[in-house]
Ligand binder design. Sequence first.
Ligand SMILES: [Zn+2]
Length: 271
Amino acid sequence: MHLGSSTFWWREEALVPRHFEQLAAAGVTAVEISDYHPNFDYFRVQRLRETGRVARENGLTIATVHTHLRWYDPALHLAHPEPKRYRRAVEAYLRAVDALAILGSSLLLTHDLDLSGEGGGEDPAARERTVSALREIADYAHAAGMRVVVENMPRGWAADVSRLYSVVKAVDHPALGVCIDTAHAYRGDEVEQALRLTAPHLMALHINDADARVEHLCPGDGQISWATVMQTLHDIGYTGDFVYELDDARHLATLQANFTWLHGLMSGKEV
Ligand SMILES: [Zn+2]
């Protein structure tokens, strides 16, 4: 597993070369770019190329781009009931895949799935549209050598990992998988269970701790049993990137030590 980190903790700042230099100096080799940065733009080709170049020059791979298209526009919903708006949402994801190709990243991550209908139940029509949208996006990504992952959430429809996973299984596409956010799973479901259930399609992780009030804590600062998490990752044979998604960039100084500590909790497994 490679030590990875999200740029989430710098989300309110413009993403600049200094950030990649800091990540590299801290021992990070895989970076997840969050698209919250005010200067992140899916359509600025030159800037995307430049960002990719700076990351590579620092020895980093851009493991993932965490896209938040519904944060940009709530109508970019893959279950949108109006055909034109549904189409617009799918096209937005396809353009995000194009941007990743320019950037040199191979994994698009979204947590924007929501199939809830009236009264809190699931809307079967929303499921049908979402499955069809994900199939089209996964096909498009696959043709470009990329993959798409959907992430569990701390609350709402996507907090139930078995529901989220049932959509991934319904699409049944080699380029579509799951990202388990450990803190979200701790709050919404159960971490070990979430990892074991999704193991055949587990392509990404968001590593962070949680307590009763907050998430995005550094592992060890919250209530998650990391010995259980690490043993489960060992048992299921997870080999993807180990991406921290923390709130406070001060943890960068001790990230590598935390990574070593966590991997030491696995029995009979090297880092
Ligand atoms: Zn996350």
